[in-house]
Design a protein around this ligand. Sequence first.
Ligand code: NAP
Length: 382
Amino acid sequence: MTDDQPGKGPATNPFGSMSINFGGDAAPSAGTALNPFGGGISLIAEAPAEAAPLASGPTTAASAEGRTEAKVLVIGSGPAGLTAAIYAARGNLEPIVLAGSTPGGQLMLTSEIENYPGFPDGIDGPEMMGRFRAQAERFGTHMVDVDVDRVDFSSRPFRAWARGVEYRAESVIIATGASALWLNIESEQRLRGRGVSACATCDGFFFRDREIAVVGGGDSAMEEANYLTRFASKVHLLHRRDGFRASKIMIDRTYGNPKIEVHTNTTIDEVLGDTKVEGLRVRDTRTGELREMPIGGLFIAIGHKPNTDVFSGWLDTDEKGYLVAHEHTSSRIPGVFIAGDVNDHRYRQAVTAAGDGARAAIDAERWLETEAVASAQTATAS
Ligand code: NAP
């Protein structure tokens, strides 16, 4: 995941530099006002990863700090990455997952998931990702909560570096997902973590009884606006057009929520306030008229960009920067596979990402088998 991870403010991000303790017996980390893992699962400070000596040989390597060699290396820990890990682990491939410094992906920032099959009453995103992770670990996945800094896919074993540690693998599944977009106006960036956020789940708690705004016209904006009414006295939803991308059910729910006021044809010219958000200067896109709105917080929910910077030059990308899969989940490099939102700007659902992760793991497993057969035949022939 990149630095653009939502909620990465100094006082507000409950996930930065944290790993997940599924035992639930450690004290919750100080300063984490909202524990998104719920009861039984808490956040603990992550021990720094040390460089581990590399073992030779075709199987996985072990060290006191954890394995650094694997048949399958999964990069990313959203639904795609963790499903790939579950499948690879159950295939006895003992995967390593480089989970990112904000493990769990975008669902960690989602309040309630109502459309994932098997959860008729809905489930919180962080709880769901906790379950995915526990399932992957149950079958022998080695999880490391670090961001990948660099990769080398020029030859096998493929290599990836994270916090100075080199990881090697016979195959790689890339599932790094996508990160929230920002308006990229000066005042928004200056006040990030000081009332401007892209993570209602992380930061909504801090806006109890305040009047706040959400910007965007898609499902994310609707979902965040509705979620934030749990805390805020009033939520203004600002959208630059008069048509929405959001699904009808979310639009209806938003208009039906008495604590939400929808402002269409409205853009933000400036976020007002020196050290914290005190208001917005908004523009009516039809008349050009400017007006000020006194609000105490601003949530940005305007879409995402794929987390592909680290793979730049190695793999094909489309015009939006998403990785391109060629045959099934294969990238242009044999043995490197792609799964989830990093490759998908059409569906972008937890369930489709999870399905993709399963496909990538199955593709990786079959590819490894084919490679093993090929190298055995070569050895016999020589
Ligand atoms: P999205 O559908 O791409 O919507 C982004 C919205 O932000 C659009 O309305 C867009 O306006 C607006 N926008 C983009 N750039 C902007 C800018 N610079 N200034 C102002 N507004 C800007 O993104 P999303 O809402 O994150 O949803 C992405 C996908 O995830 C969708 O497939 C969605 O269905 C799915 N999702 C599903 C759920 C759920 O089912 N519970 C929840 C969240 C997301 P325009 O319309 O004018 O372009």
